[in-house]
Design a protein around this ligand. Structure first.
Ligand SMILES: Cc1cc2nc3c(=O)[nH]c(=O)nc-3n(C[C@H](O)[C@H](O)[C@H](O)COP(=O)(O)OP(=O)(O)OC[C@H]3O[C@@H](n4cnc5c(N)ncnc54)[C@H](O)[C@@H]3O)c2cc1C
Length: 382
């Protein structure tokens, strides 16, 4: 058997890797432990960065047809005062987004095995063998681990630098009776330095959620943060805000780890390499990108599936999403200190240049190759 690629996980990272590999003639199977309607706990917001990747994948038009277009992002500062950003984003339920991506993979000739949780990976001299919960075995040449924040399989292969988790989050839904039209992010004195969001979804509902560093609230306690956030929203909207339903908690691995992300016949991508951004918690775009980089590393290896053959992978990830991570890490460090948060918000409120720069970063128009230096260079032109 040749060029048989096995991908564990049918989220954005796994589907993206599968789609690019299929486009390059590989025989690819995705193993997904849930069924085809899997609900991923998420804010369900798609930034311009995610949309650019979805366009590259070839599904953006399909996604636009079923999603809700949002023309701005609003940041509410510590005093609940709004700062508006002109960035076009989209929202749609993750069960729909993830299915569109997997269907695209299937349309290209890939196969998805649903309800197939992989429990063990064996890496041999010339092949890999996966074993599912029922004991069924699957042979291949390479395995891509795209299991999201659940990274016990990566740990079982000796990838000890994978995170436990960095952020704890909770989201639920409320009927959109408050005419919310933008992606609203709330920082507030009452739960500083954590954040909350309200995003309008298709079908007249709101995705309402909170997120924090795990040192602030562990995943078991994150509902306490949600209570504080709902109080803030009720104080603002009063009776017109409906009840929260279908709330669920989940975790994020963020901040990017590139120290140990591949070995012979194995590549890790998506949240297995902490691809989500600190501060915003945005993870769809970087997961799609790391799936693409993993596929490119396999294509570039010309059949040398050893760690030497995959050596371009680390550079692709670091060059591709490393600079954006640096910007988000800096923003995170500043905004999680009261003085830093006040300075940043003051600039965003009073300097058109600062606001345009943030809009440019979100729209992927600002060259970030050299991090802040290239961003500042770009801002001279604004
Ligand atoms: C509350 C919350 C809000 C968020 N809001 C946003 C947002 O608004 N915008 C945004 O861009 N990002 C957001 N994120 C982050 C985003 O959801 C993730 O970063 C993104 O889904 C990661 O993609 P992935 O493909 O790496 O992993 P996942 O999407 O988690 O996909 C992993 C897949 O692997 C499967 N799997 C796991 N283990 C196995 C196994 N052993 N065998 C077979 N299959 C397996 C899972 O069932 C799953 O389908 C949010 C996250 C949370 C928790």
């Amino acid at each position: 058997m040749e060029n048989k690629i096995l991908i564990i996980g049918g989220g954005p990272a796994g589907s993206s890797a599968g789609i690019f590999l299929k486009k390059n003639g590989f025989d690819v199977t995705i193993f997904e432990k849930c069924d085809e309607h899997r609900v991923k706990v998420c804010g369900e917001g798609l930034t311009p960065e995610a949309c650019n990747m979805l366009e590259k994948i070839g599904v953006l038009e399909k996604i636009k047809e079923v999603s809700h277009e949002v023309s701005s992002i609003t940041l509410f500062d510590l005093n609940a005062q709004p700062i508006f950003f002109n960035n076009k984003c989209y929202t749609l339920k993750r069960s729909v987004l993830d299915k569109i991506l997997r269907d695209e993979f299937v349309n290209l000739g890939g196969s998805v095995l649903y309800k197939t949780p992989i429990k063990k990976i064996n890496v041999f001299e010339g092949r890999v063998v996966l074993e599912d919960l029922k004991g069924q075995k699957y042979d291949g040449d390479v395995v891509i681990l795209a299991t999201g924040a659940e990274n016990s399989l990566a740990k079982s292969l000796g990838f000890n630098s994978v995170q436990t988790y960095s952020m704890a989050l909770m989201r639920g839904y409320i009927k959109n009776t408050i005419d919310c039209k933008s992606l609203d992010f709330y920082y507030h004195d009452s739960y500083f330095p954590n954040g909350g969001w309200v995003f309008p979804l298709p079908g007249g509902i709101l995705n309402v959620g909170v997120g924090c560093d795990r040192d602030s609230y562990a995943i078991e306690n994150v509902d306490k943060l949600m209570d504080k956030f709902l109080k803030l929203l009720r104080d603002k909207y009063g009776e017109s805000l409906g009840e929260l339903y279908s709330s669920e908690k989940w975790i994020i691995n963020s901040g990017l780890n590139t120290s140990n992300i591949f070995s012979d016949r194995v590549l890790l991508c998506g949240e297995n390499i902490s691809s989500a951004y600190n501060f915003s918690g945005e993870g769809v775009a970087p997961s799609l990108k790391t799936g693409f980089y993993a596929a490119s590393a396999i294509i570039d290896s010309n059949g040398d599936y050893s760690s030497v053959g995959f050596s371009s992978y680390k550079e692709k990830v670091e060059k591709g999403i490393g600079p954006t991570h640096k910007i988000y890490n800096t923003m995170y460090r500043m905004l999680t200190k009261k003085i830093g948060s006040k300075i940043v918000c003051w600039f965003l409120r009073h300097s058109k240049k600062a606001k345009k720069l943030v809009e440019g970063v979100i729209n992927e128009e600002v060259p970030l190759k050299h991090g802040f230096i290239s961003a500042i260079w770009y801002s001279r032109k604004l």
